[in-house]
Ligand binder design. Structure first.
Ligand code: ADP
Length: 320
């Protein structure tokens, strides 16, 4: 009989995390389960910063990005002794199961806790969309909307001045944000870690566009692939045009979550409580082919890979 569950958010914040927290709290309370919030991820767990979350504590958060619980990086959680302390704290508070909302790093912590005897359920929360076992993670849709809004604005000014705009998105080592935005914004070229970058191909796409009379070119670049300033210098020499570089940075994480992020977060939050009620632990939730699913965390981390959408990449190149 499950009486109490804990929730923490960990790693990078993502819009929609609050919607998941709200769904967990309300689903649990509706089933007579008490909910404890843990501040600042595994760090707050280690420091025993734990408090009760009631129905009203999650009012008015559905539409807010970030996480009301706070989040942190706490590398010390890789240490078994630190996790043992965390586990005794969870037991001291009589928590029966823990929901962890975060990215791959947070999954690793939850996997170890589950192996070591404390049942955890993970919910994918990251704008990077790099988590295996799910087509989309919470926050990706909102970050994509943010990228699109900004690139549309850059297009207005690039077109007026006949400039080339190089825009760097987040994504860590996953090109999804840049790729999806490239199709949605009609970018001339997209540079992602999953595909070998060719300077010649980039020159060709831009030259072809200019020959057709285009007054701008937009190039979307996933972070960590190349140096945007060096690329700008190369392009300036090649085209003789003015190049502007924009690194979008953390604005991608803010703003009110999209309908998709709110809905999926609500579904996943509610599903997490159902899993814990059924005594299922050591799993992570995903959305695949429009269904909410779950997998073993270990299987997801070791045997699955987040799929790169080759068709979308080809489409991006086709539609310029
Ligand atoms: P994300 O969850 O967004 O990928 P991080 O990679 O920073 O973000 O991981 C978030 C937190 O998860 C870390 O600060 C740490 O507390 C915990 N964590 C990450 N990797 C491990 C690991 N190998 N073992 C245990 N805990 C980990």
């Amino acid at each position: 009989m499950i009486k109490k569950i804990g929730i923490l958010t960990s790693g990078g914040d993502a819009p929609g995390m609050n919607a998941a927290i709200r769904a967990i709290v309300r689903t649990a309370i509706n089933s007579g389960i008490q909910v404890l919030g843990i501040r600042d991820g595994y760090l707050g767990l280690h420091q025993e910063r734990i408090f009760e979350l009631k129905r009203d504590d999650v009012a008015d958060i559905l539409n807010r990005a970030g996480t009301i619980l706070g989040t942190a990086r706490f590398p010390a959680f890789k240490d078994e002794a630190v996790r043992k302390d965390a586990m005794s704290i969870l037991r001291k508070h009589e928590i029966d199961g823990l929901v962890v909302i975060g990215g791959e790093g947070s999954y690793k912590g939850a996997k170890l806790l589950s192996f070591e005897g404390f049942p955890c359920v993970c919910i994918p929360g990251t704008i990077d969309n790099d988590i295996p076992g799910t087509d989309y993670s919470i926050g990706f849709s909102t970050a994509l909307r943010n990228v699109i809004d900004d690139v549309d604005k850059l297009r207005d000014t690039a077109s007026s001045h006949k400039r080339i705009s190089l825009v760097e998105t987040m994504g860590r080592n996953c090109g999804d944000l840049a790729l999806y935005a490239s199709v949605a914004c009609g970018a001339e070229y997209v540079i992602v870690p999953e595909r070998q970058f060719s300077l010649e191909e980039l020159y060709k796409n831009i030259d072809d566009g200019l020959k057709q009379g285009k007054r701008h070119a937009i190039v979307l670049i996933c972070e960590n692939v190349l140096d945007i300033k060096e690329l700008a210098a190369d392009l300036e020499t090649h085209t003789g045009l003015e190049i502007r570089t924009t690194i979008l940075g953390h604005v991608q994480r803010g703003g009110s979550p999209t309908a998709f992020d709110r809905i999926v977060a609500s579904q996943m939050g509610s599903y997490a409580v159902d899993l814990i009620k059924r005594g299922v632990g050591g799993v992570c939730i995903g959305i695949q082919d429009n269904h909410i699913v779950h997998h073993e965390i270990a299987e997801s981390l070791c045997q699955m890979q987040h799929k790169f959408d080759v068709n979308l990449y080809n489409l991006s190149n086709l539609l310029i």
